[in-house]
Ligand binder design. Structure first.
Ligand code: MG
Length: 389
């Protein structure tokens, strides 16, 4: 043991991007003073840069663990929750059971209804850092600490084709196919010619064997979603993701019980409770937990519930330095019904330099980092980019 937690520090890590996430600005889209853009296709805000929140937890014995959560907007909110509230209840704790600490922290604000949002994002960052410490203390990768199956590689699907035209997006997908990837996903809000035409074009470029999914970004009513899915279905749709607004469970029930196309949801959920109330009513084929929102503790519980209901798990991968991606790979590797993992190549490749470790994604497969703990940590360059909150 390396003793109790001595300190918890919070930082932002910001990086410029050559091309904004989801591609170059479209007509009518412009960055505001904060560098935020609203994508017309899904009415959602994104930064024109990459930014996440990193947490560094140190024990009295000198073990350091790193965590990460969302920082794409308002990173100070997560920082304030950690600095003002959570840190004081983590310092002094032994790190022999991160899940018990997670549950203690979660319960602190339950009576006030804080069961999601920035609060649970903050918990996720701390949870990941505590699991990193637990692994380092044990001298084992985090994956070895988790019950379940054991994988060293995980199938990766190429997500995000940030090019301005349908043909260029198909060319980009083809280049990844040439590099050994056989599964892809496009985003319907930026499919300028319509989702069916986009899928048809990708299908003719990638061939009949390629798996191609559509991320529908929660942007439709049930009727609209079903019409779009019906138009895409003849071109071979692997799964339809986030077809309706996340709050509208009735619409998800309508869509998921009316189509034979597999429905995938769940990146935005925070806890297993978000999942429970949907799987009871809806016909969900795939859940997509996002580590940066859930932490290893919650992610693992969602995976267990998915296995209980024979639902596949294909985790989400988001914008960040990659500490939460490493955590996601470790937690994913133990899940009984894992069926792949998202690969955000336009973030992973340029941001490789931010991490030290042997985490990799090539020839269609993620390679889990092998060193103790998460097996990755910020590089010298990343450490210099950290801004304390
Ligand atoms: Mg998505």
């Amino acid at each position: 043991m390396s003793g109790p937690v001595e300190s918890v520090e919070v930082f932002t890590l910001t990086l410029p991007r050559d091309t904004p996430y989801l591609g170059a600005l479209r007509p009518g889209e412009r960055a505001n003073a904060q560098g935020y853009i609203v994508r017309k296709g899904n009415r959602t805000v994104y930064p024109t840069f990459d930014r996440s929140v990193l947490v560094r937890v140190k024990t009295r014995g000198g073990t350091v663990g790193w965590g990460e959560t969302y920082g794409i907007v308002a990173p100070g909110a997560v920082g304030a929750i950690i600095n003002d509230l959570l840190s004081g209840f983590v310092v002094g704790r032994e790190v022999d059971n991160p899940s018990a600490i997670y549950d203690d922290l979660y319960d602190l604000m339950r009576v006030r209804g804080y069961t999601g949002g920035f609060y649970v994002d903050a918990l996720a960052a701390i949870d990941i850092a505590l699991w990193d410490i637990a692994g380092r203390q044990a001298g084992e990768p985090v994956s070895s600490l988790l019950d379940g199956v054991s994988r060293e590689t995980i199938g990766a699907y190429v997500s995000g084709l940030p090019e301005p035209t349908m043909d260029k997006r198909a060319d980009l997908a083809r280049r990844w196919q040439d590099r050994g990837f056989d599964a892809f996903k496009f985003a319907t809000p930026v499919a300028d010619e319509g989702p069916a035409a986009e899928l048809q074009n990708l299908r003719s470029a990638l061939g009949p064997q390629a798996r191609i999914a559509a991320d529908m970004h929660w942007n439709q009513t049930a009727e609209e979603a079903l019409a779009l899915i019906a138009a895409m279905e003849p071109h071979g749709l692997w799964f339809a993701e986030a077809p309706v607004r996340t709050e509208d469970i009735a619409a998800l029930e309508t869509v998921s019980t009316a189509t034979a196309v597999p429905i995938a949801v769940g990146e935005e959920w925070r806890t297993v409770w978000d999942m429970r109330q949907r799987i009871d009513r809806c016909n969900i084929s795939i859940v997509q937990p996002e580590m940066g929102h859930k932490g290893i503790t919650n992610f693992t519980r969602i995976g267990a519930l998915a296995a209980e209901h024979e639902i596949d798990v294909i985790p989400h991968a988001t914008i960040g330095a990659g500490i939460f991606l490493a955590a996601s790979l470790h937690a994913s590797s133990a899940l009984p019904t894992l069926a792949g993992h998202e690969f955000q190549h336009s973030i992973f490749e340029p941001n490789r330099r931010l991490l030290v470790g042997d985490m990799d994604c090539r020839e269609g497969m993620y390679r889990l980092p092998t060193a103790p703990g998460l097996g990755v940590e910020p590089s010298e360059e990343a450490l210099e980019l950290l801004q304390p909150i």
